[in-house]
Design a protein around this ligand. Sequence first.
Ligand code: NFS
Ligand code: SF4
Length: 647
Amino acid sequence: MEKEGLQIDQLVYDQASLEMLEKANRESIDTCFARYDTQKNQCKFGTTGVCCRICHMGPCRITPKAPRGICGADADTIVARNYLREVVSGTAAHSDHGRHLVLRLKKIAEGKGGGYEIKDKQALYRAANDFHIPIENKTDEEIALDLANLLLDEFTSQEEKLKTLKLAPLTQQGIWKTNNIEPLGIDRVIVEAMHRTHIGVDHSYRNILLNAFKTSLADGWGGSRIAMIVSDILFGTPSPVRSAANLGILSKDKPNIIVHGHEPELSEMLAISINDPDIRKYAKAAGVKGVQLSGICCTANEILMRHGIPLAGSFLQQELAIITGAVEMMIIDVQCCMPSLPEVAKSYHTEIVSTTDIAMTEGAIHMPFDEDNALASAKALLKMAIDNYKNRSPEKVTIPDISSPLVAGFSVEAIKYMLGGRYRASFRPLNDAIISGRIKGIVGIVGCTNPKGKVDEYINVLTRELLKQDMLILKTGCAAIASGKEGMLRPEAALEKAGKGLREVCEAVGIPPVLHMGSCVDNSRILEAATEVVNEGGLGDTISQLPAVGVAPEWMSEKAVAIGCYFVASGVDVVLGQPFHVSGSENVSNFLHNETKNLFGASFHYEADPIQASKKIIAIINEARKNLGIDKNIERKLFDMKDRREL
Ligand code: NFS
Ligand code: SF4
């Protein structure tokens, strides 16, 4: 039941979500927004991080009168341990996703691809080159096998540092070495962090937190980077593609299938199979004109980037999509899928299908996706959805007539190509635009949505402010979906919203002022872009010198904590719109928000208000520009001395 007195218009920013919440209210459907209201008196011990339930002498809660747990752990230790465990879980989630893809690459190389193939040979050769894998006189499969084995070693390596760290600028690698936070194999790092946080092991908050940054590097430069590299090889490196976002993309007269979750093996095969002649025939026999596939959450971003499949919505729209009454099937795999989905679906005809044995939900139909027979598995799901179309009750259907066109697909390769063309693909024009001040800085806005605030509001208000100030915005995840719904991912948005300098650059290059770079594992693309900018020259020699900031405005997941940490460890200041659960320890807070600046050249900042956040971001960027000596706008002469000399 929706709650009496819930002010619906204060819960969500976009009209489509608002309409669905009103419908939920009318139809007495329970949603996360109502449940947030029920849960609103959240436990202070939890929010400040001082609740420890790591051993069974406890749980212990730290107060001024009880400053130590039974074992003697103080607030610093407890808060730091809880924080590290969040980073561990986030790192594990991203990295397990990466592992599955590497295992698939290996199977393909061994001729057991199960319908998957090496789609992007250039991406394979790029990766081989990055990891010094010889390619002469080798078949693509042989190269892929060497690469897969090398990447699997990244998970299991016991004594060697991660090879993916070498993809970072040299000076960055030096910073990690100096701070002793270069991770060994990803699995080893995760196990070690769990060991450290067991009762009676690591009690130095500083040591524990340094380990959190080390663990996060195994995510951003390890598991997530690997996921991105292998996804590009298997499914293609994204390039600009048109599509649309928001619930209005759902079809009124075709079966709607929403894929929700994270791993692209599933969503990719669904995207391919909707065009299969067998499915067309099956749909026709059922009297429908094909099927409408769309996505929710980051798996949506994956197939948007590569196939232009539209975005039904972001994390907090998963229940709202079902409430349209027009969804025949929601297919879920791992991460960010709410256990409430089958409960919401009960009021409609929607089938919730879980597809992996590590992620089952009570009330869902469990049909494990068989990657070794992927096309058949995908088609079976689509056919089941088509069969379910006849159960749609027209009187229960309301699809908000709201969606916005967008352009997505900005991989680093695509950006390079757009900036320089096929023969001179490079980041030079971007660096020059930053140096001349036409672009003031680069801001990565990423992460989830969270019912603690009005959904999407912080993201959108901040984005608009920063565009006015000539900041080029890079986006991933649900933050990118929010911009898609707002119309900020259209090239025309540059004309309407960007400051003069940014507008000029966007018009010349033909890009939107907000670049959708993909899913949350694709935050590694933002690190890749930062590396390109450093290596291109003229803007310092570490990432921390760049006029660049990361923002997680409406984050909620442990993955977001890991992402924040690897950004900071990589030298990017991170502004949070939601605080960490660390305020119970002054030392821990101080370490995360201040001391890290001395170690990595970047730290965390918390700012509850988007306008204040924009001011903070501009200040950080202006300081970086000043340190680089590019704080004065360079007037562009039509023909300067450099041009003359070149002539
Ligand atoms: Ni990333 Fe958050 Fe989930 Fe994607 Fe959305 S909620 S941390 S943005 S879908 S992973
Ligand atoms: Fe309490 Fe220490 Fe056990 Fe934590 S580890 S629950 S602080 S006794």
